[in-house]
Design a protein around this ligand. Sequence first.
Ligand SMILES: [Zn+2]
Length: 304
Amino acid sequence: MSADSIEIDMMELADVGQPTKIAHEIHRQLRARFGSVPRRMPLSQLASAVGIEGIALFDGTSFEGTLVLQDGRAAIGIRKGMRSGRHNFTLAHEIGHFLIPTHRLQRQRFLCETVDMRRVRGGNFSERPEQERIEVEANEFAAALVVPMPEYGMERKALGSACDIAHVRQLAETFDVSQEVMAKIYVLNTDEKAAIITSKGGVVQRVIPQPGFPFLGLKKGALIPNAAVTRSFGLTTANDPISELREVASDIWLERSGNVSAIYEQVFVQEEGWAMTLLLVDEQEDDDEADDRNWNRRSSRYPA
Ligand SMILES: [Zn+2]
């Protein structure tokens, strides 16, 4: 695909108001033209195809990204020095402010900070301040845009059915997004009951549970439990920074085990004290489906 080969039918986009649907309409148009959506979304070309005139990098800014509209013209600024996954998400977020019809009615200048890039839907959305709501919407657009789901499904399927924390980095590289963005997509789109916890130096940074995952009682700033594999493996990691998926005592992670029959933990130790922990739970069920799931699990990364 050459740089100027992307064309977007803006009339089709104009009929769509909902952020993720706008992203899906862009995917639809790209598929119609190229057969599939490129795994690495060509965001600069897309920005130009929708009428954004320039993208500039800025040193030492307080914002992560900015969109400026003036006399019908538009330009984007991005803070210099971000990793490519984060850069891409920020760029997609600013394209979102440009394409979501209600945002442009709100203002001419968007200054988006780190906190804005992490805003998610929650609480009583319609009662939250307008300024927060548009940031949530731009994030939803960006996440939907940078990882097209049919293409994600194909890449995920190629990695096998069992969950493995190594997949998150691999898929993040495939789609050129941050591991955090990918971790959320991974957890939400697996058949297993899963959660991912990111930590730095043994301190929880982000908890990403699948809806319905048993209550972990952990939030940002909490300590990773002492008896967790994440702690012990982090101290002993040799050549392979990824632990096996190990069954652990449920009270290490869960406040109440409820109907959880087993909990499994796997950790991926990364640079500068960062770690990504995958938790999977089995719950007591009446049918015999649980047996199959256990079999799959044991045949995961390191056969037991
Ligand atoms: Zn924003």
